[in-house]
Design a binder for this molecule. Structure first.
Ligand code: E4P
Length: 217
């Protein structure tokens, strides 16, 4: 399963990219606002930090303007992936862009039928929002299971990008189900490295090592 980080904070992205475990980045208008930098500039900066896809979202609601915005965004770098909302105009834009070889991430997916439509529109990625789905009384991971089943039934190549990931259980379940990608905030990804017994084990080993009076270097 690929790991994308869901942020426009370049320091956090650089930090995670240095682990060698980062496969891409997702942003959205809220995350861009939070970063407080120029959209085009910060997107260019992010594209230089990772080799994988960097999702940059259009903000227009009509197909013609989405296409114009996508034109600007895709010129930023070769690894820009255009993010469009799951609407009729969004999927028209998805179809046009992917037919032209541009990567597209279809966002704000909350049903398996929506995911089916996105795959038929040739989406590179579909982003079901599991955390927000949970918040509204549904089981976000059931949605991922349904999409996996449907995509496998018809051998769709659209990659399932689990989004709105809030904790490690979302990550674990995504991997169990066979999602292609998950995107999570930096804190959630960093939390995956942690285990209380790892910390306790290091503490014990270091205490015993000190008794030997030796150094490795
Ligand atoms: C995905 O691409 C979105 O940017 C993101 O995962 C939304 O997550 P949120 O529900 O935490 O805002």
């Amino acid at each position: 399963m690929k790991f994308f980080v869901d942020t426009a904070d370049t320091a956090e992205i650089a930090d995670l990219a240095a682990t060698g475990l980062l496969d891409g980045v997702t942003t959205n208008p809220t995350l861009i606002a939070k970063a407080g930098k120029d959209f085009i500039e910060v997107t260019r900066e992010i594209c230089g930090l990772v080799d994988g896809p960097v999702s940059a979202e259009v903000v227009a609601l009509d197909h013609a303007t989405m296409m114009r915005e996508a034109e600007v965004l895709r010129k930023i770098a070769d690894n820009v992936c255009i993010k469009v909302p799951l609407t009729i105009d969004g999927l028209k834009t998805c179809k046009a862009l992917t037919s032209d070889g541009t990567q597209v991430n279809v966002t704000l997916c909350f049903s398996a039928n929506q995911a089916l439509l996105a795959a038929k529109a040739g989406a590179t990625f579909i982003s079901p929002f599991v955390g927000r789905h949970d918040d509204n009384g549904f089981d976000g991971m059931d949605l991922i299971r349904d999409i996996r089943l449907i995509y496998d039934n018809y051998a769709f190549e659209t990659q399932i990008l689990v989004a709105s990931v809030r904790h490690g259980v979302h990550v674990l379940e995504s991997a169990r189900i066979g999602a292609d990608v998950m995107t999570a905030p930096p804190a959630v990804i960093k939390g995956l490295f942690k285990h209380v017994l790892t910390d306790k084990g290091i503490e014990g080993f270091l205490a015993d090592w000190a008794k030997t009076g030796q150094n490795i270097v």
